[in-house]
Design a protein around this ligand. Sequence first.
Ligand SMILES: [Zn+2]
Length: 296
Amino acid sequence: MPELPEVETVRRGLTPAMEGSLLVRAELRRPDLRFPFPADFASLVSGQRIVSLGRRAKYLLIDLEDGNVIIAHLGMSGSFRVEDGVASEAPGDFHHPRGKSEKHDHVIFHLEGVNGPARVIYNDPRRFGFMDLARRDVLANHAFFRELGEEPTGNVLDAAYLAARFAGKAQPLKSALLDQKNIAGLGNIYVCEALWRSGLSPLRAAGTLVDAKGKPKAALVLLTEAIRTVIADAIAAGGSSLRDHIQTDGTLGYFQHSFSVYDREGEPCRTPGCGGTVARVVQAGRSTFYCPKCQK
Ligand SMILES: [Zn+2]
């Protein structure tokens, strides 16, 4: 499943082809993905100029000039590729191999851009992805977005914000960080990585990071910084693979990560001088990787 940095990489990769282009025609090759397309989706978006490409949590937001926004979610196996008739621009090493079978090309956006015609193709073998359409002026109240917490990429996510969320909570820290009402788009991998970087156990109660006055303890300040940098580093890594693979065939958005603790059960902890071993526990049905020796 793509995590937030991959979705952000997809957004950045699609932007040159899509932003400012005319969406001449949306071609739907089936009536549904995970959900049916909205009624008249193709006719509503066809003929519209694309104003901008945004992102909220793991949703791509394609703003059209008439005030509609295409909401696209990649689900488990969704991906986009850009074809401009010269090269198939599709950066990224593959964390998991992606099917490129054209039978899974479900949506084709036929574009007229500043550099000529292009096609942006949505491929999704497992069809857990979906697309929806909403008005920009009421988007914040849309069911997907109205309860979402702050982005881990912006300046709004700070220790005071998390302290207000975590105060008095006996909930394990890992679960509190995965709660999308607290932080939007933060997933299992990057929660594990941020906890490791800040030396905090995923098992401790979230409320233990908040003092009696409701203020963040120093550990929560460190954790907040770790969340922001782990996401920023992953986006930067995706951005570099984007540049490296700009002329190769593949698909936007899935790049090889290098994790410090995630998926490293039984391997030596990489904290300098620790000497511990990475352990795996299951919390709320998800694997948590951490070092019991240096994460307290
Ligand atoms: Zn360790």
